[in-house]
Design a protein around this ligand. Structure first.
Ligand code: SAM
Ligand code: SF4
Length: 459
């Protein structure tokens, strides 16, 4: 009987992509995926190290797994991902039930590491150059939208961030390999790809003569059968005309830019070593808006970086006002061992950090609601994901008569729930939905846009 594995993923899209690659390698080795820890012979935890809380969760999960292992002695437990890379041997020392620890850069070696496990516990977190000779085996989640990593690692060393230490230096995947991976995903039925990298804008800069990121976008939109291209994350210092011009020109590239600004104060940005000032960031926003009319902007923000004063924080609020983000991911600063910021003076007390977090969140919610209300009456192209089971998005609208509901994503990455007047659309269809309600988390609408579903006027 085939061996079964179960994998639990913490953190970001990059980790979920890694999970898909790990799954691909394990299936190639004859393993079968099991959604249930109890029936698995091998359990993997793909960990994150971005903030302290993510790390704490790993040890509580490992505690539960060690109890399961007592009942099932043949069970093997593996820990991988950023936290595994950072802690290495330390994880196995603190939790003896762990059989295998491997790093973000050792995924391709997994078959060999599994073989070595017969001799005892294996720890391999040593940095290795990526093998870019073939498309890695990959078992994708979902069936419409595929992640495709275009680069590994990061060279930026923002002072708060562990990524350059856990994922190593930046390596751009050769463009023919990316094209091949996208073509394979399309052949499997995927209609949309999201290109992943810690800083997609610096794609190809270390390999002169190759494609730039804008060039890569232009090449990928030629792939037949592919309907949409998205990407993340962009770094403001490298966001340039090459990229925004390609976004503006290529109809398949969605008009959504995730451009983390992290903080508004020039002094905080300097200590973060982000490589731009608040005004320079806003100039990039203007560049995007000029070349991508109607484009949707989202961002990441950190509150409570060491030394951040009330005055500094006001500058963060100012950027929120001026940039008009559709939504943001907001984080309280979390000191990461070994990063320069962790040793900086001026730790912001938890209470002040929480107050700033709430204030920024309140402001952003108002801004999001305003922006979404402005979309009412507009027609947005939506990629259909499937039937919508929740409450009608149009509750209270004249059009709401308990008709079939569907959901999908706009080009700007809004979640859109809509009612349908006519035959049901299929997953993967692109439909033009008229927005009737702009809510905080989703837009409600109707398709086709010129439908008028009047109330029955009685017998
Ligand atoms: N490469 C991306 C960039 O430069 O924007 C982001 C990568 S990181 C996985 C995602 C987000 O986590 C960052 O944009 C930042 O806002 C947040 N983050 C990273 N380190 C953090 C820390 N030590 N404390 C709080 N938030 C952090
Ligand atoms: Fe971390 Fe900065 Fe690299 Fe993003 S660009 S991964 S925040 S070091």
């Amino acid at each position: 009987m085939a061996k079964r594995f179960s994998i639990f993923t913490y953190g970001c899209q990059m980790n979920r992509y890694d999970t898909e690659t790990i799954t691909g390698h394990l299936e190639r080795e004859g393993y079968e995926r099991s959604e249930n820890f109890e029936t698995a012979d091998l359990i993997l935890l793909n960990t994150c190290s971005i903030r302290e809380r993510a790390e704490q969760k790993v040890f509580s999960q490992l505690g539960r797994l060690s109890r399961l292992k007592k009942e099932k002695p043949g069970l093997k437990i593996a820990v991988c991902g950023c936290f595994a890379t950072r802690e290495g041997e330390g994880i196995a020392k603190r939790q003896p039930a762990v059989d295998l620890v491997f790093g973000t850069q050792n995924i391709a070696e997994l078959p060999r590491l599994l073989g070595r496990m017969t001799e005892g516990r294996v720890v391999d977190v040593a940095p290795v150059e990526p093998d870019f000779t073939e498309v890695a085996p990959i078992r994708r989640e979902g069936d419409l939208s595929a992640w495709v990593s275009i680069a590994r690692g990061c060279d930026n060393f923002c002072t708060f961030c562990v990524v350059p230490y856990t994922r190593g230096p930046e390596w751009s995947k050769p463009s023919p390999l990316i094209v091949e991976e996208v073509e394979k995903a399309v052949a499997e039925g995927f209609r949309e790809v999201t290109l992943l990298g810690q800083n997609v804008n610096s794609y190809g800069r270390k390999t002169p003569g190759g494609l730039t990121f804008g060039g890569l976008l232009r090449r990928l939109v030629e792939v037949g059968g592919l309907l949409r291209v998205r990407f993340m994350t962009s770094h403001p210092k490298d966001c340039d005309l090459d990229m925004v011009a390609a976004m503006g020109e290529c109809a398949k590239v969605c008009e959504h830019l995730h451009l983390p600004f992290q903080a508004g104060s020039d002094e905080v940005l300097r200590r973060m070593e982000r490589g731009y000032t608040g005004e320079e960031y806003l100039a990039k926003v203007d560049l995007f808006r000029k070349h991508v009319p109607g484009g949707v902007l989202t961002s990441d923000v950190i509150v409570g970086f060491p030394g951040e004063t009330d005055r500094d924080f006001e500058k963060t609020l100012e950027i929120l006002h001026r940039a008009r983000f559709d939504s943001i991911f907001m984080f309280k600063y979390s000191p990461r061992p070994g990063t320069p910021a962790a040793a900086m003076p001026g730790r912001v007390p938890e209470e002040a950090m929480a107050e700033r977090f709430e204030e920024a969140l309140r402001l952003q919610r108002r801004m999001t609601e305003d922006l979404h209300r402005e979309l009412e009456g507009q027609v947005l192209e939506v990629m259909v994901e499937g039937a919508w089971e929740g409450a009608s998005p149009c509750q209270g609208c004249q059009e709401d008569r308990g008709v079939a509901g569907f959901s999908g994503r706009s080009r700007g990455n809004h979640r859109v729930q809509f009612i349908v007047d006519g035959p049901a659309p299929r997953p993967g269809d692109l439909v033009d939905v008229k927005v009737l309600r702009g809510g905080l988390h989703a837009l409600g609408g109707i398709w086709p846009p010129d439908s008028v579903l009047m109330e029955d006027s009685g017998p």
